[in-house]
Design a protein around this ligand. Structure first.
Ligand SMILES: [Zn+2]
Length: 145
């Protein structure tokens, strides 16, 4: 079981879907999240924050260090490590991956009844197109996908 949740950003206009690999880090690892509306005025501290296009996650690195160490992961964690190794990261490739996938499923629902093959083909194609789009925007995890 991996823990996941949604976190509202500082200005309250957006929310991000977060994922916690192997349930090692608690939700409290995230101090705050900034969305494209509230991130422009933030001065990014690379020791505790990761910037992904125009979103920012602000981590409590003391909490991260403590809980990782508890599980025998004895390295000095960085925001990049937490983010790329999925210990505390977007659920999927971008902050809204969960919602976007759910919307796509709903949109293509009509195809399911017509043809399952067509459904899977279209679903896969749309997902791939989306990854390409995220790459173009420069989303960090999409760039590594
Ligand atoms: Zn915001």
């Amino acid at each position: 079981m991996c823990l996941h949740n949604t976190v509202k950003c500082v200005c309250g206009q957006s929310e991000a879907y977060l994922f916690y690999r192997d349930n090692i880090l608690p939700e409290e690892t995230v101090i705050e999240i900034f969305c494209p509306f509230c991130s422009p005025t933030v001065k990014v501290d690379p020791n505790s924050m990761i910037k992904d296009v125009d979103w920012i996650i602000h981590y409590d690195m003391d909490i991260a260090r403590f809980f990782l160490k508890n599980k025998g992961i004895n390295l000095e964690p960085t925001p990049e490590f937490l983010f790329y190794e999925d210990y505390c990261s977007w659920y999927g490739l971008s902050p809204t991956d969960v919602k976007d996938t759910a919307e796509l499923v709903k949109e293509l629902e009509y195809l399911k009844k017509a043809s399952m093959e067509m459904y899977f083909y279209t679903f896969k194609k749309r997902r791939l197109e989306r990854i390409e789009r995220l790459k173009k925007y420069g989303y960090l995890k999409a760039l590594r996908a």
